[in-house]
Ligand binder design. Structure first.
Ligand code: ARG
Length: 453
């Protein structure tokens, strides 16, 4: 250790760097300034600021904002965080009166307010992005209503569907994602400003006025809760994680279906990339990366939950760490939705490949269903058809290639006419309940989904 003074200096430098959040929270400068302008007006309203002082602060804040956006005010680490940076520059520009702005306010209610304004707008943007993705899916559904496709369970061909049924499944999951975000938005839309450090402001602020100025639907009802609460971030990240899981699962479908073995779909060439060694490769990178990015967003959710878990009430410096997962999830989801939308917009379904790979054993349920119409109990019919399928397997042929006599050997009801009627499209159309894969039902689903947009 050199002399005490230089050790002290080095510690100061270490700590300044360590606790500075400006590299991350600089992105809140606009909402921070918007919050401060509203706050200045609030102070003027209750006589803490004169009209002139308020005007001068407002003008100064706008000046700070334009300096930051033009890059002429450098947000360096020694400024600590965005709140201190804005205030410091404000005082430099308009003089000591700028120091009146923070009267009765704490960075604790300030940061919570900033985050809520920021998130409210972000959610609106994500909702719009999901809606455009849904439009792409709706168009895809419209153009694939008559494309038969194997429906899978356990990744084994199960029952024939129309491709549009799949597109609408993806669409429907996104609608729930929108619902979760809209619901979360209601709880984001509550103003903490006026809660001060945690006990509430000692100045008689008109909080309803502040809420109105900042477009909040309500004011927080308990100051201690208001500065402690980061539920709104956890909730948002949870909705984002679920959205990304949906995106990831559909991406996995596409990775499988675009493989040489399946060849059911082709993604736009711009969404695939080649290999540095194998000239033939067209890797489904877009879908793979979407699958990968979902892990990040799940991680962001876990970060915030872990961060908050052991914290006592009110603000703790740990909470400064809430922004990185929040911003990371916002950025990830936003780019993911762009790519995901592009995938659906340009997806090619290769119908003849699909047909050539469909196993007509998928029509077995229809045969069993038919037997029930002849009065055979379903469980018994299931056994009969399983035996027919086993026979086809033994002879290594399709259900429809089996000799009619084989059918009759299993059941008198399985005559040639019945077997001859087994068609993928008819099978799909028999699933005519609401939500089923019949043509009629899918058109109804599409019609209903149009009202979601
Ligand atoms: N930079 C801080 C954060 O992002 C602002 C709130 C600081 N409050 C405090 N009491 N130190 O969380």
């Amino acid at each position: 250790m050199a002399d005490d003074a230089s050790y002290d200096d080095s510690l100061k430098k270490l700590m300044d760097d360590f606790h500075a959040s400006i590299d991350v929270d600089r992105r809140l400068y606009k909402v921070d300034i918007r919050g401060s302008i509203a706050y200045a007006r609030g102070l003027e309203r209750v006589g803490v600021l004169t009209v002139d002082e308020c005007q001068s602060i407002e003008k100064g804040l706008k000046e700070v904002e334009s300096e930051i956006s033009q890059g002429t005010y450098h947000l360096t680490r020694d400024l600590e965080d965005i709140h201190m940076a804005v205030e410091k520059r404000l005082i430099e520009i308009i003089g000591p009166v700028g120091g009146k702005l923070h009267t009765g306010r704490s960075r604790n209610d300030q940061i919570a307010t900033d985050e809520r304004i920021y998130l409210r707008e972000t959610i609106d943007g994500i909702l719009a992005q999901i809606a455009s993705c849904q439009s792409a899916l709706l168009k895809l559904a419209e153009r694939t209503v008559d494309v038969v496709f194997p429906g899978y369970t356990h990744l084994q061909q199960a029952q024939p569907i129309r491709f549009a049924q799949y597109a609408m499944a993806v669409m429907t999951g996104l609608e729930r994602d929108k619902g979760r975000l809209q619901d979360c938005r209601k709880r984001v839309d509550v103003l903490p400003l006026g809660s001060g450090a945690m006990a509430g402001s000692a100045f008689p602020l008109d909080r309803e006025f502040l809420a109105q100025e900042l477009g909040f639907a309500a004011i927080s009802s308990n100051s201690l809760d208001a500065v402690s609460d980061r539920d709104f971030i956890a909730e948002f990240l949870s909705a984002c994680a679920m959205l990304m899981i949906h995106i990831s699962r559909a991406s996995e479908d596409l990775v499988v279906w675009s493989s040489t073995e399946f060849g059911y779909v082709r993604m736009h060439a711009r969404l695939a990339t080649g290999s540095s060694i194998m000239p033939q490769k067209k890797n489904p990178d877009a879908a793979e990366l979407l699958r990968g990015k979902s892990g990040r967003v799940v991680g962001d959710l876990i970060s915030i939950l872990t961060l908050m878990k052991g914290l006592p009430h009110a603000y703790n410096k740990d909470m400064q760490e809430d922004k990185e997962p929040l911003f990371d999830a916002i950025d990830t989801v936003s780019v993911a939705l762009q790519v995901y939308t592009a995938i659906w917009e340009t997806l090619e379904v290769r119908e003849s490949n699909v047909l050539s790979r469909m196993d007509d054993a998928m029509l077995a349920t229809d045969l069993a269903d038919y037997l029930t119409q002849c009065g055979v109990p379903f469980r018994e019919g299931h056994g009969i058809v399983a035996a027919v399928v086993d026979e086809a397997l033994r002879l290594d042929c399709g259900l429809r290639e089996l000799d009619p006599a084989v059918y009759l050997g299993f059941s008198e009801h399985l005559d040639e006419a019945v077997v001859g009627r087994l068609k993928y499209r008819d099978s799909a159309d028999k699933r005519d309940v609401p939500g089923g894969t019949s043509r009629r039902s899918i058109i109804e689903q599409i019609r209903q989904a149009e009202s979601w947009l």
